[in-house]
Design a protein. Structure first.
Length: 395
C-alpha cells in the first residue's frame, strides 16, 4: 500500500500584547520537531495563558523564524499582523479622588443617563470629569471657575495630545457639569469650545474602489468592503447589521438605532446582490451580516487590518479607513447628480451642514472650471492661425 505524503505543518503568526509588550505569537498543532527547533532559538517562551510560544515582535525575530524553518512549514499571517494600532499602552497612575467627590461623580453619571445620553457619551463624559476631579484634588467644588478648567486643559489635555474634537467634548462635559452642580463658579457662557477642524475627507475615485475590491481576494472581506461602500455605512452600523434587516426583494437595508438613536432605510445595490448571495451561502452567518464567532459581531480591528492589506495590494497611496469608503460613497452620489437632501437622509446626518462638506470634495462642478493658464494658451492659439497647438513642454 502506497504511503501518503506527510502534510506540511502550518504556523499561524499573531501580533499580541503580552506582559505589557508587543509580542510575536506562534500557534500550531502539537509537533515535537517544531517545538525542539523553537527552543533552540533561545528567544521564545511558553505562555500558559495564551497556550502558545511567543517572542518580541520585531523584524529580526520574524526573519530568524523564516530562516529556521525555510520550506518545512507554511506560515499563515493573522489579521493582527497588519494592525498598527496594537501598541503598548502606558498605564496612568490611579486617580486620587475623595469619597465625597466620587459620590458627586456617580450622581453626575446618573444625571446624564436621566438626560438619555448614549452609553458611549456617558462613558466619555465620566472619564473627563473624573480626570478633572483628579486634577483639582482637594479644591472645594464651590471654588472652581473657568480658570481652573483652562489650567486643566493646559496641564493635562494638551500634553496628552488630545484632538480638537476631544477638546470640544470636554467643554460639553464641563458645561453639563455646571448645569448639574450650579454651586461651582464656572461661567458656561464664557466657556468656549475651540473651532472645529475643517479638514477635507479622503476620497477614493470610482476606479480605486473597484481596484480595492478586486485585490480583496477573500470572499468575506470583499463582501464587507462592498457593503460598506455600496450602502455608505459607518463601521459600527456594519458590525451591528442583522440579516433580518436586509430585504433583498425590496432592495432595502434598515439601519437600526444608529448614531443619534435613529433608524434609516438605505438602498441595497443591485450589483452587490450576487456577491452577497455567494458570501451568505459560503459562510452562513446566523444573526449578523458578518460574524466573528457564531452569532457574535465581527471585529472592527480585523476590518481595518485586511482593508490596510488590500489597499497596499491595490497600490493605493492614500490613507484608507472604513470611513473613507463612506466618504467616497457620499461624494460619488453627489457627482452623479443626487440632491444633497437625499444624501443627508441616506447618510443619517442630523444637520445638512455635515453633508455640505462633500460639496468641497466633489469634482463634478470643479471640472467645468477652466484654469486661467488653459484659457491663456487657448487665446494664443486662436490669435495665431498658423499654430494648431501650443504646449508648455515645447522649447
Amino acid at each position: 500500500m502506497k504511503k501518503l505524503p506527510e502534510q506540511i505543518p502550518t504556523i499561524t503568526l499573531k501580533k499580541v500584547i503580552h506582559r505589557k509588550q508587543v509580542r510575536l505569537l506562534l500557534k500550531f498543532k502539537f509537533n515535537q520537531n517544531l517545538i525542539s527547533k523553537i527552543k533552540k532559538l533561545n528567544t521564545y517562551n511558553w505562555s500558559k495563558t495564551l497556550k502558545a510560544w511567543y517572542t518580541d515582535f520585531n523584524t529580526k525575530n520574524i526573519q530568524l523564524l523564516k530562516e529556521t524553518f525555510k520550506n518545512e512549514v507554511v506560515f499563515k499571517l493573522d489579521a493582527s499582523m497588519y494592525n498598527k494600532n496594537i501598541k503598548v499602552k502606558l498605564k496612568r497612575p490611579p486617580r486620587v479622588i475623595s469619597e465625597e467627590n466620587k459620590v458627586i461623580i456617580r450622581s453626575y453619571v446618573k444625571y446624564l443617563k436621566g438626560k438619555r445620553y448614549s452609553e458611549s457619551t456617558v462613558k466619555t463624559y465620566f472619564t473627563f470629569i473624573a480626570d478633572f476631579f483628579d486634577y483639582i484634588q482637594n479644591t472645594p467644588l464651590e471654588d472652581i471657575n473657568n480658570r481652573t478648567v483652562e489650567l486643566f486643559i493646559e496641564d493635562v489635555f494638551v500634553p496628552r495630545n488630545y484632538s480638537i474634537s476631544t477638546h470640544r467634548q470636554l467643554i460639553s462635559a464641563i458645561k453639563l457639569f455646571k448645569d448639574f452642580y450650579p454651586e461651582c463658579k464656572i461661567e458656561n457662557l464664557q466657556l468656549k469650545r475651540p473651532a472645529k477642524s475643517k479638514l477635507l475627507p479622503t476620497v477614493l475615485s470610482k476606479e480605486e474602489i473597484i481596484d480595492l475590491l478586486r485585490f480583496t481576494r477573500n470572499l468575506k472581506h470583499r463582501a464587507i468592503l462592498a457593503m460598506i461602500y455600496s450602502a455608505g455605512l459607518r463601521i459600527s452600523e456594519l458590525l451591528h447589521l442583522q440579516l433580518k434587516h436586509i430585504d433583498i426583494d425590496r432592495r432595502q437595508i434598515i439601519v437600526k438605532n444608529s448614531k443619534g438613536r435613529k433608524d434609516r432605510n438605505i438602498i441595497l445595490a443591485e450589483s452587490f446582490i450576487p456577491l452577497m448571495h455567494n458570501y451568505l451561502t459560503s459562510y452562513q452567518p446566523q444573526v449578523y451580516f458578518v460574524e466573528g464567532k457564531p452569532t457574535q459581531p465581527y471585529s472592527a480591528e480585523s476590518i481595518r487590518a485586511f482593508l490596510h492589506k488590500a489597499t497596499k495590494k491595490a497600490n493605493i497611496k492614500k490613507r484608507v479607513t472604513p470611513h473613507t469608503l463612506r466618504h467616497s460613497y457620499a461624494t460619488h452620489l453627489l457627482e452623479n447628480g443626487i440632491d444633497l437632501r437625499y444624501i443627508q437622509e441616506l447618510l443619517g446626518h442630523a444637520k445638512p451642514e455635515t453633508t455640505m462638506i462633500y460639496t468641497h470634495v466633489s469634482k463634478k462642478d470643479l471640472l467645468k472650471i477652466e484654469s486661467p493658464l488653459d484659457l491663456a494658451l487657448k487665446s494664443l492659439v486662436e490669435s495665431d492661425k498658423n499654430r494648431n497647438t501650443l504646449r508648455l513642454s515645447d522649447n
